[in-house]
Design a protein around this ligand. Structure first.
Ligand SMILES: Nc1ncnc2c1ncn2[C@@H]1O[C@H](COP(=O)(O)OP(=O)(O)OP(=O)(O)O)[C@@H](O)[C@H]1O
Length: 632
């Protein structure tokens, strides 16, 4: 992080508390919530020698994270820190058992999502927005419609200020440093002033100075307004370790210690594990957890912790009580006292925030998409230029074929190529957009920024007009250069079918992207389109073997191709001029349509079929995304 950032970084500033306190007055105060859990297990299905086996990752852990405290979940890599955080945040629920309590009452999922937020390890923020724009969109989406414009602006500015991002407010997020991105992701969630913040590995990838500043920020956020802050942590420095109010240590899915950091050494000392002098207690803790001091002692500690957990309603945090250690005694008393206070906290009921209605959510998301599209100019220009360039190339290659009886077959190939080109560009332009977007979408959706329907609408409101524009940019020059009939009706049908087909293909791109891993979808999508494009052009209905006939009817590419050809040669088109040749077999367009088996094509049902295909694909895409977002 640059030095000038640090000057501005308000966390270390004495005035920070005031700023944080000031901004939080602008929105409803959330209740103080203690989060406790008992006998929490988490099991996943894995495969061993082609057999499905169950693997337990958390083995009945118990604990209590109090409000107003910053708790670090620590332990060696792979011990289950992120899993525990996922389960506590409600991000993963299937496969878990045990109980999670909020102020002593069993966790209710709706209440939980109303009072908590989860910030994942990677900074899933929108790269193409500035920090201030991101905050403004989040405020518009998350705050009630009753909040005035001015109060939202003030809140955004105060939060940016409190998190040391004011001077970076107008910087595009992708240019922010790792630490700044992490602070932005916290600021985005602080908009609704959550009671509980779960943060997965917030210090990963930061240098020691940024780590220290970030932890100080989290301490402040916990202490101001009594938030419950829980984060996972790897091996911190001794100084950083001391900053936490509580640590919760896991080893192989079991808890071996929960309590203040300064009691780690006496706690293990009591159990016969002595920390070497001048040793970082955090390093010592990890060494104990990985079994460097023997595994016998470790299993005893684990067992005793589990035994103590049985007395859940009066949680015994298993602190050491050494009569000669006054400091420990005092700490222990304080902790027990806090614990008792915690258990006196009543089960709470928060009023659900009156979120903006769906149409307003769609509107704000649409504005956000427009900004992001504008910032992605080179990609948009590439799409426009590609359509224009291919149009000019095709137009040149097939020049004049639309009004020449000797070139009817060439014109059919031109229509087929055009159809295929617009089908491809429609699909390929969006096929990777969901896979790239999915993680940010999941974070935003999980943290209740919006519902899925407005989100889908907002995407379509941007993508559909742009794809229509690209189609028109292709169609007009190609239509003129190939001398297709200059009749308004035929031009409208030509354009309408190609545009609708391109949009339907786009919908299949969204579906592939939403359903399949990116490497598979970029392969399956085009294969699917090629398969559908064969029917009607490369093979006639009468030549298709029985089991494949359904593909002919299912193919929207076929429906479009036949309808476009019919629009060009059907509807009583006159005899065509025959250039360059003495004899033209297809002078009469009806003869051509008959031989191609297109004479019976009824373009209106075909049009409705393509539209139906389009709608079904979007319904399916939305259902798949909904399922994936809500699968826990
Ligand atoms: N879906 C899954 N299928 C199989 N194993 C899993 C699954 N999810 C997690 N695990 C395993 O559970 C263990 C705990 O994973 P988790 O990500 O919680 O560890 P962690 O302590 O956060 O590790 P790190 O600090 O390295 O991020 C690991 O051994 C991991 O491989």
């Amino acid at each position: 992080m640059a030095a000038d950032d640090d000057v501005k970084y308000r966390t270390e500033d004495a005035s920070n508390n005031n700023v944080t306190a000031k901004q939080t007055q602008l929105f409803p105060k959330k209740p103080e919530v203690d989060l406790s859990f008992k006998n929490l297990t988490y099991t996943v299905n894995t495969f061993n020698k082609f057999k499905r086996v169950k693997k337990e990752i958390l083995h009945g852990v118990t604990g209590n994270f109090q409000s107003g405290k910053l708790t670090a979940i620590m332990g060696p890599s792979g011990c289950g820190k992120s899993t525990l955080l996922n389960v506590l945040a409600g991000y993963k629920t299937s496969g878990s058992s045990g109980s999670v309590y909020l102020n002593g009452a069993v966790r209710d999922e709706t209440q939980m999502s109303n009072i908590s937020c989860y910030i994942q390890q990677d900074d899933f923020v929108r790269d193409l927005l500035t920090a201030r724009e991101s905050m403004t969109v989040a405020a518009n989406l998350k705050l009630p419609t009753t909040a005035s414009f001015l109060s939202k602006v003030r809140l955004v500015e105060d939060l940016l200020d409190a998190l040391g991002l004011s001077i970076h407010g107008n910087t595009i997020t992708k240019r922010l440093s790792g630490g700044q991105k992490k602070r932005l992701s916290i600021a985005l969630e602080l908009i609704t002033n959550p009671s509980i913040l779960f943060i997965d590995e917030p210090t990963t990838g930061l240098d020691s100075q940024s780590c220290s500043q970030f932890v100080s920020l989290m301490v402040n956020l916990a202490h101001n307004q009594n938030r419950t802050m829980v984060c996972t942590l790897h091996q911190p420095s001794a100084l950083l370790f001391e900053k936490f109010d509580q640590v919760y240590v896991l080893t192989a899915g079991r808890c071996i210690y929960q309590g203040p950091p300064n009691l780690v050494i006496p706690y293990f000392n009591d159990r016969g594990i002595v920390c070497p002098p001048y040793h970082n207690p955090a390093d010592f803790l990890i060494e104990v957890a990985i079994g460097d001091y023997g595994t016998d002692v470790l299993s005893k500690i684990t067992d005793s912790t589990i035994a103590a957990d049985e007395e859940y309603t009066n949680i015994n945090l298993n602190y050491p009580t050494k009569p000669d250690d006054k400091e420990s005694q005092l700490e222990n008393e304080i902790c027990q006292k806090t614990n008792n206070i915690a258990h006196k906290k009543l089960p709470f009921k928060t009023k659900l925030i009156n979120k903006p209605p769906s149409y307003l959510q769609a509107y704000h998301l649409y504005l956000r998409n427009v900004i992001m599209y504008k910032r992605n100019k080179s990609y948009l220009m590439l799409r426009v230029i590609a359509h224009l360039a291919i149009s000019l190339i095709f137009g040149y290659l097939y020049r004049g074929v639309g009004n020449d009886a000797s070139s009817m077959l060439s014109n059919m190939v031109f229509v087929y190529g055009t159809n295929l080109f617009l089908v491809y560009t429609g699909q390929m332009a969006v096929i990777v957009s969901f896979p790239l977007e999915y993680k940010v979408l999941k974070r935003e959706h999980f943290n209740s920024w919006f519902t899925l329907f407005p989100y889908m609408i907002s995407i379509l409101l941007v993508e559909i007009p742009f794809q229509i524009l690209c189609c028109v940019i292709y169609i007009i020059p190609a239509y003129v250069l190939t001398s297709q009939p200059l009749e308004l009706m035929r031009f409208c049908y030509f354009t309408l079918f190609l545009v609708v087909t391109s949009l339907t293909s786009q919908s299949t791109g969204f579906l592939c992207g939403a359903t399949l891993p990116v490497k598979v979808s970029v392969f399956i999508g085009p294969v699917f389109v090629v398969l559908l494009s064969v029917f009607g052009f490369a093979i006639r209905l009468t030549d298709i073997p029985g089991p494949y006939v359904w593909l002919y009817y299912f193919s929207f590419v076929r429906a479009s191709f036949q309808s476009v050809v019919y629009s060009m040669y059907g509807f009583g088109r006159d005899i065509l001029p025959c250039h360059d040749e003495v004899y033209c077999h297809y002078k009469n367009p009806v003869k051509f349509l008959n031989e191609m088996e297109f004479a019976q094509v009824n373009i209106y049902p075909e049009f409705f079929f393509i539209c139906f295909f389009f709608l079904c694909t979007y319904v399916l895409t939305t259902t798949v995304i909904w399922y994936r977002l809500n699968k826990r």
